[in-house]
Structures are given as C-alpha cells and as structure tokens.
Design a protein around this ligand. Structure first.
Ligand SMILES: Cc1ncc(COP(=O)(O)O)c(C=O)c1O
Length: 322
C-alpha cells in the first residue's frame, strides 16, 4: 500500500507541511533504530470521525519511550489533542494515525543521550491490512487468512523489550512477514524463545478451544495490544471464559477457532495454520460474536459504552479522501 500523503504532519507541537517532515540520514534513529511509535485507527462513524482508544495508544507510546529512557515533553492528553487536531486539519478519514518519537540528529555513536527527541504524528488513508491476494485468504470479516508458523523466533525476554513498541522490534517482524509472504501465506505466527505461541508480526493471537478464549500472556514476548485488551473486555462482558496462558504450537492445529487482533488487522479469523485447516475453515461462533460487538462499536452502530472513541469535530460528517 503506497502512502497517500495528507496536507500536514504534527511535529513537536506544530503542524508542518507533509513534505517538510524530514530527518537527516545521520539521525540516531536511522543508524540505530531508536524510535517508538503507535498505530491508531480513526473510524468513520455516522456522526463523523472518531479515534479508537486514543488515550490508551498515547499512554502506550509514552511507556514504550520510558522503557528506552526516551524523554517526550508531551503528555498523553496533549498527544490525543494533537491526533484530533491533525485529523480535523487534514480532513481525511477513515484513516490510520502514526505517532512516532525518535532520536534525531545529534552525536555519532550508539550513546543516544545527546541526540534530540523528535515527536511526529502523521495520518493517512488505510484499508484492510490482511486483505491478502486470492489463495491466502481474503482477510474479510467472515473468511479467514492462511498463515504459517514462522521459522523466526520472537524477541527473547531481556533482549529487545517486547512491551515497547519500538521501531527496532520490527526488524524481527519483517523477517516473520517476509518469510510468510514468500511462502504464500498472509502472515506468520512467531513462537517465543521456549517454543510457545507468541504473536503475529503485527498482531496478537487468540484461540478458542472447548468454549474457552485463550491468548498468550505478556510473558510470552507479546505486545500489550490495545485490540487484545478490547477483545478481553468484550469477552468478559459476554461471559466467555478467558485464560491468558501459554499455548503450545500444536494447539493451533487442533483449536476450534483462531484469530488475530490488532489496530490494523482488527479481528481477523485464521482459516489455516501451516496448511492445516482450523476446524471447518470458517470463522467460528465466538470469533463472530466478538467481531459483531467490536465492529458495532467502532462503526458507531452500537453504543460506545466503554468510552473507547474520541470524536473529531468536523463540519462535514461524511468520510473524506476515500
Ligand atoms: C507485534 C505486534 N503485536 C500486536 C499488535 C496489536 O496491537 P494493537 O491491538 O494495539 O494494535 C501489533 C500492532 O500494533 C504489533 O505490531
């Protein structure tokens, strides 16, 4: 998907033209991967655009930075305000919002302390993430995707902190994703260093077995996903039994349902793993029930009873730029 540029990018508190949001090749981040970022969705609702769980994304961004001792001068509230301002200014929604904190141009060498911190937020149009080519699964709400277990292991504990959504972690994700694509799959599932299921290259993973919803705990090198948290909330409300527990690889093959969650993937059913069909290959009843609740809230057809949405005040209510 090519990035479709919008008018402005938010930089350190100011809106600047898209083309002026540039950094030097000798910036610390380019050489050493020192960035943390977020991926946030702004949905088109009947009353206009609304950002999904903006506060939680802003908080996770600041926590990702904290883990790496990156100081960001903005509060979560200020970052939320900036996201709202940006969507309003660029008049583009539904969209993807990309807040980013990076170590800029300062000193040479690994020591990051003397490189300045830059905070950017961009937004742009974005459609279905796992809408794969025919044969890999459609990525549609009902039809699942075909995935593999990656030969690449997820970040081991005490190496690269998986709880921080750091740019450098996505070198591991790229290996997982490239291998999956080259082998004809829509996505790869990585195991953790002990061989237990961790997550996809950019999604958390859930299985359903004997009526119970199971997802790996944070100790299995997973990102504390905001969609994961939303699904756990919804399942709890719907009285679906939940367990955050280790999942052996072979459980993927005998599970009744398997699905990914993520800002980009939303709730995407998995149709097969390593060419072994999940149940009968169709999205299962618990996946569908969770999708119904989730999509109802984000699309504005069900009440936002958890206050997960931040409305963006705009003059024209219909989606723009799509
Ligand atoms: C590695 C990884 N795991 C999980 C997720 C899902 O997290 P969220 O639901 O907050 O988007 C993402 C996407 O941000 C991710 O990149």
């Amino acid at each position: 998907m090519a990035i479709k540029k919008t008018e402005k990018i938010w930089h350190n508190g100011k809106l600047i033209p898209w083309d002026e949001a540039q950094i030097h090749v000798m910036s610390h981040v380019v050489n050493y991967g020192s960035s943390v970022f977020e991926g946030v969705r702004c949905y088109a609702q009947p009353n206009g655009p609304a950002i999904f769980r903006a506060q939680e994304h802003a908080k996770r961004l600041l926590q990702s930075a904290k883990i790496y001792r990156i100081e960001c001068p903005f509060t979560a509230e200020e970052l939320v305000e900036a996201m709202v301002d940006l969507v309003k200014t660029n008049k583009t929604w539904p969209c993807y919002i990309r807040p980013l904190i990076l170590r800029g141009y300062g000193e040479a060498g690994v020591n990051p302390f003397n490189s300045p911190t830059e905070t950017y937020i961009a937004n742009y149009e974005w459609g279905k993430y796992l809408a794969a080519a025919a044969g890999h699964g459609s990525g549609g709400e009902d039809q699942g995707v075909d995935v593999c277990v990656s030969s690449w292991t997820r970040l081991a504990p005490n190496t690269m902190p998986a709880m921080s959504k750091a740019g450098a972690n996505y070198m591991n994700s790229q290996l997982i994703k490239m291998e999956a694509i080259l082998n004809g799959y829509a996505e790869g599932i990585a195991l953790d260093v002990n061989g237990y299921v961790s997550e996809g290259s950019g999604e958390n993973l859930f299985i359903v077995r004997h009526g119970k919803l199971v997802t790996p705990p944070l100790g299995n090198s997973v990102l504390p996903g905001i969609t994961r948290d939303s699904v756990l909330h919804l399942a709890n409300e719907m009285k679906i039994p939940i367990a955050e527990t280790m999942i052996p690889r072979e459980m993927l093959y005998v599970a009744d349902e398997v699905f990914f969650t993520g800002t980009a993937a939303e709730i995407t059913p998995i149709r097969s793993v390593d060419k072994i069909t999940v149940a009968n290959g169709n999205a299962g009843p618990i996946t569908k029930a969770l999708q119904k609740e989730f999509y109802g809230i984000v699309r504005g057809t069900a009440p936002d009873r958890h206050h997960w949405l931040t409305p963006v005040p705009v003059e024209k209510k219909q989606p723009v730029g799509v």
